[in-house]
Design a protein around this ligand. Structure first.
Ligand code: ADP
Ligand code: 5GP
Length: 191
């Protein structure tokens, strides 16, 4: 699978709790032509999540079998759990000339940019500060103390990469950030 088919890819990156899911939900409503790639993960499902909608939730053994079988376009260990993008779905949609939306960590974004240098545009969503990030993650109430600690520690490293991608948007005030994101996605899709 390469860069020779017609579709486009928008990759959203950013530390856990920065507001990616909140913003992506609005992007999907505004741009129904963008199809979100559903990742596979070994992370436990949150009560608010549905299997096959937010992720395909699978066991570690199943994930490792998929790695062995070469079924991932990219995969990474993120915050101690496996996360990965299945090849088949992405290939089919790109061949159909569709526009795809990915929510990935920095490792996944780097892999997708490498696989599709002409097609993929990556947008880093940064928090206004680490203090605000911690507040948002705690308020979301989805993480155990250990998971919170891992996510905040990884965030510090991820934020160092914020200027390495095509765009960086600070999610300070939600409406302002969404307006900037909407304009950015529109310009990518129109290009
Ligand atoms: P991510 O998908 O990046 O992990 P979420 O979209 O789940 O982040 O957002 C984390 C928490 O922060 C949620 O409770 C969400 O409602 C809240 N949030 C998102 N954007 C903002 C913002 N601009 N200001 C304040 N809170 C926000
Ligand atoms: P969460 O556990 O909060 O849903 O996601 C944690 C991190 O995993 C986020 O940075 C998200 O972008 C990333 N992620 C989700 N799916 C994938 C995937 O398929 N591949 C990679 N590399 N990262 C992913």
């Amino acid at each position: 699978m390469g860069d020779d088919c017609t579709g486009k890819i928008v990759v959203i990156i950013g530390p856990s709790g920065t507001g990616k899911s909140t913003l992506i939900q609005r992007v999907k409503e505004q741009f129904p032509q963008l199809i979100e790639s559903i990742s596979y993960t070994t992370r436990p499902r949150r009560p608010s999540e549905t299997d096959g909608v937010h992720y395909f939730f699978i066991s570690k053994t199943e994930f490792e079998e998929m790695i062995e079988a070469g079924e991932f376009l990219e995969w990474a260990k993120v915050h101690d759990d496996y996360k990965g993008t299945g090849k088949g779905f992405v290939q089919k949609k790109l061949e159909e000339g569709k526009y795809l939306l990915f929510d990935l960590d920095v490792q996944g974004a780097d892999s997708i940019k490498e696989a599709f240098p002409e097609k993929a545009e990556a947008i880093f969503i940064a928090p206004p500060s680490l203090e605000e990030l911690e507040k948002r993650l705690k308020n979301r109430g989805t993480e155990s103390e250990k998971s919170l600690e891992i996510r905040l520690s990884n965030s510090k490293k991820e934020i160092l990469r914020k200027d390495d991608y095509d765009y960086c948007i600070i999610n300070d005030e939600l409406e302002r950030a969404y307006t900037e994101l909407e304009a950015t996605v529109r310009s990518i899709l129109d290009s």
